[in-house]
Design a protein around this ligand. Sequence first.
Ligand SMILES: Nc1ncnc2c1ncn2[C@@H]1O[C@H](COP(=O)(O)OP(=O)(O)OP(=O)(O)O)[C@@H](O)[C@H]1O
Ligand SMILES: [Mg+2]
Length: 211
Amino acid sequence: MAQGCLIVCDGNNGAGKSSVIRAIEEFLHSRGHSYLVTREPGGTRIGEKIRSVVLDPETPELCDTTELLLFAAARAQHLKEKIIPAIQAGKVVVCDRFTPATVAFQHYGRGIPLSLVQSINGFALEGFSPNLNIILDVDPEIGMRRVASRGEGLDRMEMQKLEFLTRAREGFLRQAEEAPDTFVVIDASQPFDAVSANVLAEVDALLAKLA
Ligand SMILES: Nc1ncnc2c1ncn2[C@@H]1O[C@H](COP(=O)(O)OP(=O)(O)OP(=O)(O)O)[C@@H](O)[C@H]1O
Ligand SMILES: [Mg+2]
């Protein structure tokens, strides 16, 4: 059986994660891989309920600690119920957002101490970690414009201010610098075809390494 793995696609709002994941999915399909595409928060029945609370734009009173714990709770359920079983079945799991977002938003963005965010992430992960974290990096103003141009309503995290998203961007880049073996940063300001080609080259390289 093929070796399963977890590929995370993360980065600021509007960087192009969902678009890139569609390209990864087509790529995996065309290569005949068995795969699972999923997202955080969410990915499970319970996780999607948590998502509806944590991303609800009508809950401005949600405090930072609750936010962190809700993201972690959704992740714990997601891992146990969906991600780990899929990896054990030899699937390539592709997840839209994961721990990099928690560190970027809850530590760099909200200011919750890094040690606390890491220990709560660690508690939810139980020693598990992604094989590859693809960080799509773009100026947050461009990301905000892209989100607005989709013409859909904004969720609670998409309503964050530019300063918050600028700190989060720094946080994504810092994590990549600190763990170059498992992070790759892609310049997401490029035209989509270039972004997608860069991402697929990284996915291809990982799968070749695991084969
Ligand atoms: N490289 C790119 N250049 C220009 N536009 C892009 C690029 N990548 C994505 N877009 C467009 O920007 C918008 C946001 O892209 P997408 O929904 O993939 O981002 P996202 O990171 O998933 O956003 P969110 O954080 O809200 O989930 C879409 O309309 C998409 O078509
Ligand atoms: Mg998206």
